[in-house]
Design a protein around this ligand. Sequence first.
Ligand code: HSE
Length: 439
Amino acid sequence: MTNGSSPRPIRIGLAGLGNVGAGVYKNLLKNASLIEQRTGAALTIGKIAVRSPGKARDVEVPAEMITTDWRALISDDSLAIIVELIGGTGEAFDLVSAALKAKKIVVTGNKALLAERGKELFALAEECGVPIYFEAAVAGGIPIIQALQEGLVANHIKSIHGIINGTCNYILSRMSQAGLSYDSALQEAQDKGFAEADPYLDVSGWDAAHKAIILASLSYGFWIPPQDVHVEGIDGVSIEDIQFAKRLGYTIKLLAVIRADEQGLIEVRTQPSLVPNNHVLASVNGSFNAVVVNGDIVGETLFYGRGAGQDPTSSSVISDLCDAAASLIYGFRHSGFVPIGLYGKSKPIDDTVSHYYLRLLVTDEPGVLAQVASVLGARSIGISSVIQPEDLESTSGTTSLVLMIHDATMGQMKEAVQAIQALGSVREKPSCLRVETLG
Ligand code: HSE
């Protein structure tokens, strides 16, 4: 505190005492005096709503703080801020709406809720004159939301490339570096507390897609409809692709790509992609996240940190609590979101362009490469290189063929891959991955 006056007491209602909720409780106590000095507020948790009061937890909380009904947080006039950490898009939506209507500031880490129902919630927040803060919703402990809302506010955002799912990055890193199977690497990620309760959200690419929607909506000022986002997960990435990518000088990452084209159409996608080893994103390993934001004035900026886990994510929630406290003490600075444009258009995924990696298992006989090249050539798709590793030729008369493809639209590639799969010499479903040039 800078002015020597007593700190302003601000009481918080916490909904959800899982991994992140426990971190918020623990770390708010741990750094209480620092936070008080910096904000001029004495932030305390007053009440906690949980589903199962008897459950073993990472933190011990006084029993009188616990309720099993989140409505008890809304009706408690002493609570000025509600932290929503229950997850999901149903009950969480009711809770956040009720909090806003009761004029309580909302802090949430719920990316699915904002990506799917953010438009309604921020309209309600505007109507009620109450902000929503959501730093923890994207990239765990990295303050990327504040960076976009404040630090980069002067920029048109040209593109964002991000590794924004810690679980997927952990799995791919362990497969690549330790040769672990997909299942063992997923189990490790779950044991370490990175994965969502339902790992489908992580490995299907949807958790990253929800975060990408939030980043894209913030950057371009309109809510990107989830159905406009192309989402591919890592469950189809094979150890063979990881090894071939390595030989070729690339690392496979689940990448979120958000980009505006010259017509202002916005592309949002999450896909396992080959990243050149000399790009900084290739060295982001384990549960770490990294986001590269390219602004028209600032150029390239890089944000790196832990993208999942109790402490990093609680750091972001507490940062929102400090912002909320500042709003209460000094007046609201912004509504927590800047959906300034009421218009905006997504780019159809089939029109998006990139380089590709295509791996085929083919019959080892003359003329196969010519057949494949002819399918690609007929669609004006150029090949930049072909690799047929002799050391991987099998005795069963098949061989792997890897083609690196020049710029092509996704629509062209989908069609070509279908036609290639139909060739008699192609023995299994081709593996086709984007190659991100990141230039
Ligand atoms: N399951 C998420 C991840 C947690 O692995 O990144 C943070 O959203």
